[in-house]
Design a protein around this ligand. Structure first.
Ligand code: SAH
Ligand code: SF4
Ligand code: F3S
Length: 446
């Protein structure tokens, strides 16, 4: 049989990366092989994101680029999947008629059958198909899985979001919260351990709501403790936590379970209580600071990271300074900072007093400057310490390897004649700290 190839173009968050790995698994079950250059592929999936306008523009450009590839090879199947597909549906097909399949976010695990059905429609009869019902029951994934990393696995524990933060498109394109069963999650992790995986990230838009749809209390803390007991699991991460829903039980689980990594990613979005109210976040600046204090009480050596939006409609200079002060006060290890992007269909898009782009950009720069100082300070504290690193691979300079600490910090160290495999545990004594990375030398078990 003639060899068939697939190419995957992924955009967006870890949930999309995970979905893309599910697509890869299904394509390989059908006998397709991965190929890096999409010009030579028989099936291309573009897995899209629409959280900000900048992402959408870039992706729309890429989809446009595929038209020429399709003209050259009319048998090529182009599939646009993910959040932008979910949001735009038929509109996207009108703009890009060379797209064959449009796959909303609830169809990830049905892709194999959808592709087979499509290929069965021979010749000219093949028509563009749109699958964008968000209310269908999402199938559990049971087939082959092709993960990017050989030791680190994404594990979706829930889909969707019920929060409706007023700036955010995600609830509209991912639907309501649906949790996977604990048995299913544990089975997937056990299977991955058997394949050599040791680092796991439990994924959901709001992991602290895990299990609420089954009516169970503290289900996320219970899940964390259960995963911690699976033999062979070395590191557990989870994202994302909503500050309103992060419970003491979860913090205790992190404090008490050896394998749950001591990083807390708790997006605060804005330091102004008034802006938080208009964002529909459900907590105040004071409540957020109380949560940080509680985290530090239970896990004093933890790292804390966050997401921040500048330029939400109506954000005054004073509101912004509240954000800046909160960043300085907490001293985050890292922050993902975003300029507010108007998403049509969300309540914030209709709010008055949209902030001009130049003001938003200036605020972002000031914020990043403040955060860079924090990041450097946090990293400098590690100088002289021995940190546990899972090796990832060689850096640009082949004589230097890189890997991550339990808290996700990037570490570089010279090979000095040694050889490593991805996933090896290495102890590195840190001698240099920069804003984005640490450097040191490998030492015997610290
Ligand atoms: N569910 C997660 C992640 C959501 S998307 C959470 O609640 O934290 C990741 C980040 O993108 C958000 O935390 C927010 O900071 C940012 N974001 C979401 N919508 C945005 C918008 N319209 N403009 C700018 N940033 C946005
Ligand atoms: Fe968006 Fe808020 Fe849900 Fe996060 S919690 S995905 S920011 S609506
Ligand atoms: Fe983007 Fe969808 Fe994730 S909008 S951030 S890919 S949930």
């Amino acid at each position: 049989m003639e060899e068939k190839y697939y190419s995957l173009l992924n955009y967006g968050c870890q949930m999309n990366e995970s979905d893309t790995e599910h697509y890869a698994g299904q394509l390989e079950e059908l006998g397709y092989k991965a190929i890096a250059d999409f010009h030579d592929a028989d099936v291309i999936i573009v897995n899209t994101c629409c959280v900000r306008e900048s992402a959408e523009k870039k992706i729309a450009g890429k989809i446009g680029e595929l038209k020429a590839v399709k003209t050259k090879n009319p048998e090529l199947v182009i599939c646009v999947a993910g959040c932008m597909a979910q949001k735009d549906g038929d509109k996207l097909i009108k703009k890009h008629p060379h797209v064959d399949l449009l796959l909303g976010t609830a169809y990830v695990n049905d892709f194999k059958q959808i592709l087979l059905d499509y290929l069965a429609e021979r010749g000219n009869k093949r028509r563009t198909r749109v699958y964008d019902d968000l209310t269908i029951h999402q199938s559990e994934f049971e087939g082959k899985m092709v993960r990017q990393s050989k030791f680190e696995a994404w594990i979706p524990i829930m889909y969707g979001c019920n929060n409706f933060c007023t700036y955010c498109i995600v609830p509209y394109v991912r639907g309501r919260e649906r949790s996977r069963s604990m048995e299913n999650i544990v089975a997937e992790i056990e299977a991955a351990v058997a394949d050599g995986y040791k680092e796991f990230t439990l994924l959901g838009q709001n992991v602290n709501s895990y299990g609420k749809d089954f009516g169970e209390k503290d289900a996320f803390a219970k899940l964390l403790r259960r995963v911690n007991e699976i033999p062979g699991v070395d590191r557990i991460h989870y994202m994302t936590s909503h500050p309103r829903d992060m419970s003491e039980e979860v913090i205790k689980a992190v404090a008490e379970c050896e394998h749950i990594c001591e990083n807390f990613h708790v997006p605060f979005q804005s330091g102004s209580t008034e802006i938080l109210r208009r964002m529909n976040r459900g907590y105040s600046r004071e409540k957020y600071l109380e949560l940080i204090a509680l985290i530090r009480k239970y896990v004093p050596n933890c790292t804390i990271t966050t997401d921040i939006i500048v330029g939400f409609p109506g954000e005054t200079e004073e509101d912004f300074e509240d954000t800046l002060n909160l960043v300085k006060e907490v001293g985050f290890d890292a922050a993902f900072t975003f300029i507010y992007s108007k998403r049509s269909g969300t309540p914030a898009a209709k709010m008055d007093n949209q902030v001009p782009l130049d003001v938003k950009k200036a605020r972002l720069n000031r914020l990043m400057e403040a955060q860079n100082i924090n990041s450097l300070k946090c990293n400098e504290k590690l100088i002289g310490q021995v940190v546990e690193v899972l090796a990832e691979g060689p850096s640009k300079n082949k004589d230097v390897w890189n890997g991550r600490t339990r808290t996700g910090k990037l570490v570089l160290w010279p090979l000095e004649g040694k050889t490593y495999q991805a996933g090896d545990k290495v102890y590195v004594k840190i001698d240099t700290a920069q804003t984005w990375l640490l450097k040191g030398k490998a030492v015997d078990n610290g």
